[in-house]
Design a protein around this ligand. Sequence first.
Ligand SMILES: [Zn+2]
Length: 364
Amino acid sequence: MQAVFAAPQHSRGLFLESGPVRAFHSDTFVLPLPPGHSFPMTKYRLLREAAEATLPGVRVTEALPASDGELALAHEPGWIAAVAEGTTTPAQQREIGFPWSPRMVERARRSVGATIQAARTALFGDSNDQGGPGSPEGVAANLAGGTHHAYAHKGSGYCVFNDVAVAARLMQAEWHRRRAGIAGARLLRVLVIDLDVHQGNGTASIFRDDPTVYTLSMHAARNFPFRKEPGDLDVELADGTTDGPYLEVLDAALDRAFGDHGGEPPGLAFYLAGADPHENDRLGRLKLSAAGLAERDRRVLERLRSARIPVALSMAGGYGRDLAVTVSIQRRTLELAWESWRAWGARGSAAAGLADAATRERAA
Ligand SMILES: [Zn+2]
């Protein structure tokens, strides 16, 4: 293992047994912020560097930008055009929290693109659409994303476009197209597990009338956004919630989310693994330890893996007083994703992938 750790390049041959799980980044598209702005722009580069230096089983690739057509699966054309053409109003920019710039647009597109590519890799095994039923990798990640405050018609809270909403709708469309003509093929049900400390209000709003996407959000009750949007399952936590009570509530919420699907289990999950429930987060209000957050990730990933539900992770929020702590929590999330990927065991095996899909369809 030591030799693998020391290897400067990620030769695929080295990782036939241990990796890589795919991860997609957009951190080279840094947007200009005024001095003293509270958004931790450097976090994304630091996380990628930590992954590249210490996680040989994680292969990081730069994400492609999401197109207008892809964004339109979850956003109103007027909002896409306003962002793309730079005609957002000062009030709209204040609500997002970023000044408009061409780089802001590019970064927003790439951040959605990274979640699209992660979802496609998890579900079909190819990050660019190669068609055909594919073979699921089971797990893949976006090193950013989790922009769950973005609505169909506006951005909010550092979120311009909603990566998970766009990727969920796009994967449903690709699933339908790739499996056209396969007997018994069903539509793709999606489960969103949002454990960022803030409510996934934009996601809940976008999918409110869509029974094919189930949204679970567990968040601090007294935190932003102050007007919550009802999702399929919302779990509100008191200020100062610690590891033990949090994990207990999480287990119950996962039981309910998995049970609520009845006879039609989800075929794809999105996991927003926010680091902002941590006790030293500036915007969090909860008191989870790093070990508690790792246990949270482990439980979510194990549930999904044992149910054979492919998952795309987004890192979502993390605003530690010490940014190194936030980066280390998210690095650990990626490490656990790698472990879950290894346990998934279907990589590179078309037969196993098809068996998974067939199992899901029989179950549906
Ligand atoms: Zn958050």
